[in-house]
Design a protein around this ligand. Sequence first.
Ligand code: PHE
Length: 342
Amino acid sequence: MEELLEKLDTYRKEILGTEPDGADAAETYRIRFLGTKGIVKNLFQEIKNVPAEKKKEFGQILNEFKQLAESKYETLKDTANRQPSTANDKDWSLPGDPIPVGTRHPISLVRNRIIQIFGRLGFSVAEGPEIEDDWHNFTSLNLPEDHPARDMQDTFYVNRNPDWLLRTHTSNVQARVMEKQKPPIRIICPGRVYRNETTSARAHNFFNQCEGLYVDENVSFADLKQTLYFFVQEMFGKTVKIRFRPSYFPFTEPSAEMDITCLICGGSGCNVCKHTGWVEILGSGMVHPKVLQNFNIDPNKYTGFAFGMGMERICQLKYRVNDLRLYSQNDLRFLRQFVSAT
Ligand code: PHE
């Protein structure tokens, strides 16, 4: 019995020390320990030589040993299966492992689509700084200091210089383009803007806008209407209708807000359109003569229209997302759902 226990101990150590080494090694191990002439079988045959009073105890020890040998074999086999096979036994005709592909952010999809649609009408993309001075964000756009309309856009100012602020709209880009370029001007300005608002499902302290500007001889409100009508039809489909409501912006005169028929309920009324059947999507108007003058563009010769929309709003209507915060939380479960904006 003593001798047997010693043998068992040696085997136990051997088992515990066996490292996985491929399928062949696992098979060698199986034959050595668990085969029909293997160690486990042989040890069980030894029971008959053990004194009667020790048989039970020895039987138990043997059973535990058998379990150890078997579970080690499972491990060796599993590890061998998981190991990459060598180049020679690979079946090269099998399809490859898929490479996970990322998706674009919904705002990028909408932005690209907007650029594409206006591109077809001859608008090019213009960009400008997010930290802006007062002149380009406000004053040149007919919003002098103390103008009450400045309150419409709660502004983040930069501590180091009271003349600096985070742009509240991308109209600053229009100002910068008019400053440098003479008409004809036909641009859209997509970009991030900032407003000092408390973050909630409906408001955020930064968001994305796309504004547009067209200045040339004989540009009329009819051009504005037709351009924006073309845009929404391309963006949302041919059945969408538009309507204009008079509004006020310091940099345009006359000004109008544009609504489209609610895409969620198709115009019959729901809580997205507050049961009116219409949702507002942008502000627009004819460029104020004072603004043209500020950039030495002769208002008697040139006229222009401008518009500005929030891209999150377009996204919301297109994808039915009802919480603005989702756009900046980087939650992959949200982001993976968007494939195309066309
Ligand atoms: N700049 C305006 C805003 O941010 C939008 C707008 C642009 C309105 C151009 C009219 C003309 O709210």
